[in-house]
Structures are given as structure tokens and as C-alpha cells.
Design a protein around this ligand. Structure first.
Ligand SMILES: Cc1cc2nc3c(=O)[nH]c(=O)nc-3n(C[C@H](O)[C@H](O)[C@H](O)COP(=O)(O)OP(=O)(O)OC[C@H]3O[C@@H](n4cnc5c(N)ncnc54)[C@H](O)[C@@H]3O)c2cc1C
Length: 385
């Protein structure tokens, strides 16, 4: 079936990214996986390539595109090559929408040029050791000083992607306590400078997959955050999160589709080469049927994410649409990638094979950005249930 979601510009961009991955990522990838992090300078290289500025207006040094499709192309190309760009996806797909929508003019001038160059990497800190799905339950506080010049930030966050390399972190914190009528009110976003006194990066967490993205604990002890670094309005963060989470979920859905497509490609290539009992694995009817099933699943996933991508670019993707797309693609990806791994036999269990890494990497897509159970709750609510 002809795919209509990408135009010539996207395809030209795809070529650039594909060449870049082959030249600058693949040769170093094993080393980065071993280290559990990409080198800080890699982000400056991505900045020079223009990857961070695609959706940033030209006046701040970007390319001024208002489409998420370029990010989708990067996701597809990384999956195809069996690599990732570390925490870069969080910088562009998660943090940038907050900066574009809620930063004032002075903040945009201060932050966006460095955002584009990779000189200032960003992360977003919502989750805490005691609360993830239930964001209204967060305990981190930001108390306004008596002279009104700064907030005093105290608390801890965990599972923060890009937390080791981040120079500025969008920290969600309570500037006012919850009330029985409104648990969600009183949360604000502060764009906290990681060089501030009292800001500490804790452990870089050892994960099952996504080995090159630095996922860390953060803690804040009496961190003074200038009022100039409040993003948007005080107390309004919950509505900002609800507004931006659909894009995050679309990105995860797209990733699950792209990883599944890559898994089918890896398995198809493998079964053609591998011989057992004097014949190729591909020659067994079981293999053909399994891969045919997987392909049809990938086709369905592609239809869903492409439609969601179009809807998002048109400003029409609802929270329930994004939740439904994430739920479907991430749950099906688990099945498809598992089947593709099975066709690799023992080699599928070896981390040197990309299928093993995909298997580990994809697991978290049913957890982060909101779990499958939370996605089901959102979809059910939209059905009036
Ligand atoms: C690799 C990785 C990277 C991450 N990156 C970031 C990041 O950059 N920034 C950030 O802020 N967070 C990040 N997270 C956190 C992530 O978003 C949370 O882990 C996720 O939202 C789930 O929260 P939790 O871990 O506290 O699980 P919990 O909320 O404790 O959930 C535990 C279980 O309870 C279930 N559950 C919860 N609510 C309901 C309900 N209403 N009905 C039925 N079941 C329910 C869940 O589905 C789950 O099965 C990351 C997590 C991981 C693993």
C-alpha cells in the first residue's frame, strides 16, 4: 500500500539521518551501550546536524517546521539501524513542546538557541519515587521566597531520562498544596539549572534495555530557582501535562511500530541465512506464517500511527486517540518482537543481535509515558465508561 504520510522533504531528511547513523552512530554504538550513556559531545553533533532545531522558530536558530513527522523519521531510522540517540528524543519530543508553548519571549531568547545547538540539553522530571501514574500525588515542593525573587525547591525525582547529561530540567513541583476539591491544582513547572547549588544527580539507573539513554535519580535540597525560570503560570502545570502527554504517547506509539517493523526485517534476513536440518529456517511453513502474521500486524500498526501523526500535525489528536494508539502499538509490538526473536533461536537471546536489544528496549513502552492500564483508563473514560 502506498504510504502518504511523508513527502519529499521528509524523505530527503531520512537520507541524511540514515547516512549520519551509518557514519557517526553505528561504529560507536557498542561502546556507548557498554558505557550506558552516549557521550555529551554527541548531542552537540546532533545540534550541528540540525536535529534539535527542526521545530524551533527561525528567529531562535531553528528551521521553523511545525510538524512532528521529522521526529518520526528519526525514530524509524534509528529502529531500522538498531540504534538510539540516547536522551535526544526527550529533549525534542517531550521538552520542546513545553518551551514552545509556555516559555515567555525572554525565556525563549535565553534558552532556545542553546537548545538548538545541543549546548543546553533538557529533561523533564514528573515521576517521583512515591508516585508515577498518579501525578497529582507528587510531593516535591517549590516555595516562593518572602521577597518573591525565587522559589526554594525541595524533593526527589526518579527515572528521569537524560538526567545525567541534562543542563536544564523541567521540574514539576507543588507551589501550593492540593485541596480536597482539586488534587491537580497547585503544580508548577520550573526550568531548573542543573548547576544550581543543592541540585544533585543521584544514581544512573541500571535498566533492562534502552542502554544508551541515561535514566537517573535527581534530588533538590533548598535549590534556589529564580522566578524568571517559572514556565508558564504558577499552579497550571497539570493542564500543561495533559496537553502535552498525547505527543509523548504518539512518539512512543511510533517507536513501538518502528521497532516492530525493524524486528520483522531483522528476522526475515536471519531466517534466509540460517540453516537447520539442511534447509533454511525461512523454508519452514511455520516461519513463513509467523512472519506473515507479524507483517500484517506491522501494517495495522503503521496505519494507526500514520493516521495519528496526520491528526497530530493537524492539531486534532485527542488524549484518547493518543492513548489508544499507544495501547495498541505497544501491546502488539511485544507480541511481534517476541515472535521475531523466537525465529532467531539462541542468537536471539544474545545482546550482540539487534533483535535481543529490541526485545529489551520495547518492554518499557508499555510502562513509560503512562502504563497500558492508564491508557485503558483514558480510552474507557472517553467511551463514557
Ligand atoms: C526507562 C524509563 C524512563 C522514564 N523516563 C521518565 C522521564 O524522563 N520523566 C519522568 O517524569 N518519568 C519517566 N519515567 C517514569 C514513567 O513515566 C513511570 O514509570 C510510569 O508513568 C509509571 O509510574 P510508576 O513507575 O510510578 O508506576 P505505578 O504508578 O506505581 O504503577 C504500578 C502499577 O500500578 C498500575 N496502575 C497505576 N494506576 C492504575 C489505575 N488507575 N488502574 C489500574 N492500574 C493502575 C500501573 O499500570 C502499574 O502496573 C520513566 C520510566 C522508565 C522505566
Amino acid at each position: 500500500m502506498r504510504r502518504t504520510v511523508f513527502n519529499e522533504d521528509h524523505e530527503a531528511f531520512r537520507e541524511t539521518i540514515r547516512d549520519f547513523i551509518a557514519a557517526e552512530v553505528v561504529p560507536h554504538y557498542d561502546e556507548w551501550r557498554e558505557a550506558g550513556i552516549v557521550p555529551r559531545d554527541f548531542y552537540r553533533t546532533l545540534g550541528e546536524l540540525g536535529v534539535f532545531g527542526i521545530e524551533v522558530p527561525e528567529e531562535y536558530g531553528g528551521a521553523g517546521q511545525s510538524s512532528f513527522k521529522f521526529q518520526a523519521v528519526i525514530t524509524e531510522e534509528c529502529a531500522r539501524a538498531g540504534v538510539s540517540f540516547g536522551g535526544a528524543g526527550v529533549h525534542t519530543a517531550l521538552c520542546l513542546p513545553y518551551l514552545l508553548a509556555y516559555a515567555n519571549e525572554e525565556q525563549k531568547r535565553r534558552w532556545l538557541p542553546a537548545f538548538v545547538s545541543g549546548g543546553m540539553m533538557t529533561a523533564i522530571a514528573m515521576t517521583e519515587p512515591g508516585t508515577g501514574s498518579d501525578l497529582a500525588g507528587m510531593k516535591t515542593t517549590a516555595r516562593l521566597s518572602e521577597d518573591g525573587t525565587h522559589y526554594v525547591l525541595n524533593g526527589a525525582k526518579t527515572f528521569i531520562t537524560g538526567g545525567v547529561h541534562a543542563d536544564r530540567v523541567l521540574v514539576c513541583a507543588r507551589t501550593a498544596p492540593p485541596t480536597p476539591e482539586d488534587r491537580r491544582g497547585g503544580i508548577s513547572i520550573l526550568a531548573v539549572d542543573a548547576a544550581s547549588e543543592g541540585y544533585a544527580v543521584g544514581r544512573k539507573l541500571e535498566k533492562l534495555g534502552l542502554k544508551t539513554s541515561d535514566t537517573a535519580e535527581l534530588s533538590f535540597t533548598d535549590v534556589k530557582v529564580p522566578v524568571e525560570d517559572l514556565l508558564g503560570k504558577e499552579g497550571e502545570a497539570f493542564s500543561y501535562l495533559m496537553h502535552n502527554l498525547p505527543q509523548e504517547r504518539l512518539g512512543i506509539a511510533f517507536g513501538a511500530y518502528a521497532q516492530s517493523a525493524a524486528a520483522v526485517a531483522f528476522a526475515t534476513e536471519y531466517v534466509r541465512d540460517r540453516t537447520v536440518f539442511g534447509r533454511t529456517v525461512a523454508s519452514f511453513q511455520n516461519t513463513k506464517f509467523t512472519l506473515a502474521d507479524c507483517r500484517s500486524e506491522v501494517d495495522a500498526m503503521q496505519a494507526v500511527v500514520d493516521r495519528a501523526l496526520e491528526a497530530h500535525d493537524a492539531g486534532e489528536l485527542t488524549a484518547a486517540d493518543a492513548a489508544s494508539a499507544k495501547l495498541f502499538t505497544t501491546e502488539r509490538a511485544a507480541v511481534v518482537i517476541d515472535k521475531c526473536l523466537q525465529l532467531h533461536g539462541g542468537y536471539g537471546y544474545m545482546m550482540e543481535y539487534p533483535i535481543a536489544r529490541l526485545y529489551a528496549d520495547t518492554r518499557v513502552s508499555r510502562i513509560y509515558g503512562g502504563t497500558s492500564e492508564v491508557m485503558r483508563s483514558i480510552v474507557a473514560k472517553s467511551m463514557g465508561l
